[in-house]
Design a protein around this ligand. Structure first.
Ligand code: ZN
Length: 149
């Protein structure tokens, strides 16, 4: 039986999402589309969201970049789909604080997103990991200001 160290396990999670991204591609129709990039690394991200009432009915991403930025975006879409705007915002804020080292992160809330912290040890890479989450926060703000159906 092969035992993986925690860090190896985290790397596996990241690589899995990088190789097999979830929710990748354009979402049509969508309510919000944002294009953001991380010039330090060259990561480019497009984020698509569709809302149903106050819930995120659909979320996809597209773009190119390093494994951390793409894996993080993939994990994010998988995690926040179906969440209410409020819960998704709270989760994104929590991830940002975790990556900044301000909090450990509640395992029940963070889940396997903790693997991001496990592999990201350099400030430049933290920007890669947070690109999706920062874009999500912007998109949620834009989305919550839209007219009800
Ligand atoms: Zn990057």
């Amino acid at each position: 039986m092969v035992r993986l160290s925690l860090e190896e396990l985290y790397k596996e999670v990241i690589l899995d999402h990088y190789r097999t991204p979830r929710n990748k591609g354009r979402l049509d129709p969508h309510d919000v589309m944002l294009e953001r990039n991380n010039p330090l690394c060259g990561d480019e991200l497009e984020l698509y969201l569709r809302f149903k009432g106050d819930d995120i009915e659909g979320i996809t991403f597209d773009g190119k970049g390093c494994s951390i930025s793409l894996a993080s975006a993939s994990m994010m879409t998988e995690r926040v789909e179906g969440l209410g705007v409020k819960d998704a915002t709270a989760l994104a804020e929590s991830i940002k604080r975790m990556m900044a080292g301000e909090e450990e992160g509640d395992p029940d809330l963070i889940g396997d997103l903790v693997s991001l912290k496990g592999v990201v040890k350099y400030p430049v890479r933290i920007k890669c990991a947070l690109l999706g989450w920062n874009t999500l926060l912007e998109a949620l703000e834009e989305g919550s200001g839209r007219k009800p159906e």
